[in-house]
Design a protein around this ligand. Structure first.
Ligand code: NAP
Length: 232
């Protein structure tokens, strides 16, 4: 019997780690829904992958908008595209300290880094549960580690720590055939990570793709770097 073709949806798929995640997942044989908040940047990114012969469709999704996420989910349902794998990658990185962070910046960061994954999980995970298969990968950061004292910029670290709480809470609410994990890609050369970062997007995506394609006996409720569990 031919293996089941899975579909992965990636948020913030137009550049950086999100774009490479679309690339690698499509190369691994999944159908990929590349989502982007900017339709033009999304189109350019999707066209590059389709030009390589990969099965990639473009969808508009601004994770900071409840309506935008709901509309994307409705369009996919109408097109009979089931999301089996959800990659919560989109994020913003305000660099301010705790006291340097305005309430407005904190709210904007919560909207993208925490409520974004909250919305996409609410939109796509219940159908994974009904179908008896799902993989959720929350792209987090060492900066979100409570264990390490939430080092680095305040709003970013606090929202990534909250993403860890979301990951653990959701993992307990779904059956074990839906696996919910978080990962740290390390410090990566992207617009967010800058040129000096030691890691490539390809290295960053190794653990991401592994978690996205876990076998039935794979882990859930974990936080991983380089395929190894690390402290929350
Ligand atoms: P990036 O180069 O800055 O790309 C961020 C992506 O998120 C872009 O596609 C951006 O879209 C999208 N995005 C931002 N706000 C959005 C919104 N409201 N709706 C939809 N998409 C939105 O960042 P990256 O380095 O690839 O980071 C990807 C993930 O890895 C993030 O979760 C980040 O926290 C994590 N991470 C990165 C590093 C690193 O060193 N780079 C380290 C640890 C963790 P636009 O193009 O429209 O802005």
């Amino acid at each position: 019997m031919a293996p089941v073709k899975r579909t992965a949806l990636v948020t913030g798929g137009n550049r950086g780690i999100g774009f490479e995640a679309c690339h690698e997942l499509a190369k691994a044989g999944l159908q990929v829904v590349l989502t982007a908040r900017d339709p033009e940047r999304g189109r350019e990114a999707a066209d590059r992958l389709v030009g390589e012969g990969l099965e990639v469709v473009l969808e508009h999704m601004d994770v900071a908008s409840e309506e935008s996420v709901a509309q994307c989910a409705a369009r996919l349902e109408a097109a009979r595209i089931d999301v089996d794998v959800l990659i919560n990658n989109a994020a913003i990185y305000p660099t301010s300290s705790f006291f340097g962070t305005s309430e407005r910046t904190m709210l904007e960061t919560v909207q993208v880094n925490l409520l974004g994954p909250f919305r996409t999980c609410r939109a796509f995970v219940p159908r994974m549960v009904r179908r008896g298969y799902g993989r959720v990968v929350n792209v987090s950061s060492d900066i979100g580690s409570i264990n390490a004292g939430v080092p680095g910029p305040a709003a970013y670290g606090i929202t990534k720590a909250a993403l860890h709480a979301l990951t653990r809470r959701l993992a307990r609410e779904v059956p074990s055939d839906v696996k919910v994990n978080a990962m740290s890609p390390g410090w990566v050369r992207t617009d967010m990570g800058g040129h000096a970062a030691p890691r490539s997007v390809e290295q960053a995506c190794d653990t991401l793709v592994w978690l996205a394609t876990l076998p039935a006996d794979g882990p859930t409720d974990g936080f991983f770097r380089d395929r190894r569990p690390i402290p929350w």
